[in-house]
Write a protein that binds this ligand. Sequence first.
Ligand SMILES: NC(=O)c1ccc[n+]([C@@H]2O[C@H](COP(=O)([O-])OP(=O)(O)OC[C@H]3O[C@@H](n4cnc5c(N)ncnc54)[C@H](OP(=O)(O)O)[C@@H]3O)[C@@H](O)[C@H]2O)c1
Length: 358
Amino acid sequence: MNPSTNTTPRWLLYGATGYTGVLIAEEAVRRGHEPVLAGRSREKLAPLASRLGLDRVAVGLDDMRGLVSALEGLPLVVHAAGPFVHTSEPMVQACLSAGAHYLDITGEIPVFENTFRHDAEARRRGVVLMSGVGFDVVPTDCLARHVAEKVPGAHELDLAIAAVSQASAGTTKSAREGLPSGGFVRRGGHLRPWPMGKGVRRVRFSDKERTVVPIPWGDLVTAWHSTGIPNITTYLAQPAAVARALRFTFPLLQKLVAVGAVREQLARLVEAHVRGPDEALHQTGRSQVWAEARAPDGGRAEAWLEAPEAYAFTAKATVRAVEEVLAGALRGAFTPAQAFGADFVLSIEGVRRMDLSA
Ligand SMILES: NC(=O)c1ccc[n+]([C@@H]2O[C@H](COP(=O)([O-])OP(=O)(O)OC[C@H]3O[C@@H](n4cnc5c(N)ncnc54)[C@H](OP(=O)(O)O)[C@@H]3O)[C@@H](O)[C@H]2O)c1
């Protein structure tokens, strides 16, 4: 139930039968929501809808009329069907047409950029567009905003993630879509190519120090919107040998996935073997995030987050973001931290933040 209105939140969950879609549906029900489950496969939707006692609608993303009609009477869509470079735009268009808010769980840089391109139209249509309401990018986005608020005039922002989890098939496919573009950083307000494997360093997380390597995380777009800091590097913790080897292995990987037959074989292997974390890992896996903002005058702030396992976190953060959007009066394209503030992440069960300012 929504305590402010005493009504049961009803919204559309597209991609409900995917690994993460199921987690979001279960979390929504746990918090008293009644999402309508949607996706392209009637057969896959039926057992899930019946297990959770929810309505369902089968519609493809190539059926604009069907999408708009599925949205009739519903205020919001959570889009959980990725890779979003292929799926986001039709759903954004359906939402703009139907006057429904759009939230997704992407981590893909081109998708964040595309969502912000629709800002003016979203304002005109009176809806919110928000990409990245999952693990990518809620914890990093909120922590980036938090350290930026402590350092007026900050010109550099570093973010690092260490996650104990296992990628799902959908995440693996989305990462593969990003492979050809390679690495990026933000410099002088612009996205700049960055060779993968360059810039390996050590970062002190809240539990221990780890080796990290720059990776093109969604915050290269979102933290720029949330903080205005023009120089941003996003890092991922990796075993030191893997991080250093990336300089040589990454170009090889890029060449391999450029070959159609290899790509197809890889897709089959991912479908057959990549499952995402199991229930035990949901319960025990922890995620660590670190952020540091620096100003030219020497001002500096550092902060850390500890959060639940990334997919468990994604389900919780998504449903909390739905509640905030439905309760608020925002219109336009936003990052989670822009819309809800740096402390939003603290409203998610199991999250802890620590600070150090100089
Ligand atoms: N931000 C984050 O931290 C975060 C966390 C988790 C997941 N994700 C992202 O969320 C996406 C889904 O991940 P997942 O783990 O749930 O993957 P998954 O288990 O492979 O599920 C993907 C879902 O998307 C649907 N789908 C894919 N392409 C579609 C299309 N063209 N039209 C309609 N439906 C389509 C699939 O439907 P079918 O079953 O019919 O193929 C399935 O329901 C990925 O892009 C992943 O990277 C992000």
